[in-house]
Design a protein around this ligand. Sequence first.
Ligand code: SAH
Length: 223
Amino acid sequence: MNAKIINGKIINGLSSKGIDSSAVLGAIAKIPRESFVAPPFRHSDMCYGESPLPIGHNQTISSIYTVALMTQALSVDKSHKVLEIGTGSGYQAAVLSLLGASVFTVERIRDLSMQARTVIESLNLHNIIFIVGDGSIGYGEYAPYDRIMITACSPDIPAPLFAQLAEGGIMVVPIEQNGTQSICVIEKKNGAIVAKNIAPANFVKLIGKNGYEAQKSSQRCGF
Ligand code: SAH
């Protein structure tokens, strides 16, 4: 099968699961996901399959459906300043940047950040700033952000990140409650949290001051 057919199949698959934003589907169609995963996972069944895939350092890239769902829920437009916590492979940041947003992406593992930067530069995507550090405290320098996406599971909404979200802004974050993870969409309305859960999730942990403690880093949240 050639790349165009594979792409068409994937986009149809996402549409049939409720991803109806043409901007999100368009961005996903343009980013070569193979570039963000290790060679053994580049086969399309794996790369575009339903499971998260390893990216080294005990971390994972989310399935394409999870990326699509979270990106759609974030409701990004070109004028937005977006903070992503958990650069990982850089794939999610690449999708956000193709929506025209200015992306700030924070990763605690330097090697992963460097690797992601190399791939993103090779794809000629320029509107992404890479930051190495503990994203559970956010990144105050460029706050407030119109949109915040956390791509690691948190025990709660990290308070500094909610503080750095602009009024009327949206944050998407997987949260663990009673051992189960859900993707939570949070709006800041008159300074207050308005939250809803949209789907079950399966993320690695957010490690840091406002996340989980470092010694639990090898465990996954939830199931
Ligand atoms: N968005 C990524 C997948 C993220 S996996 C992608 O598209 O590939 C979760 C990432 O969060 C991991 O790389 C992990 O190292 C990172 N992470 C965990 N806790 C963090 C923290 N406190 N600050 C920044 N990154 C963190």
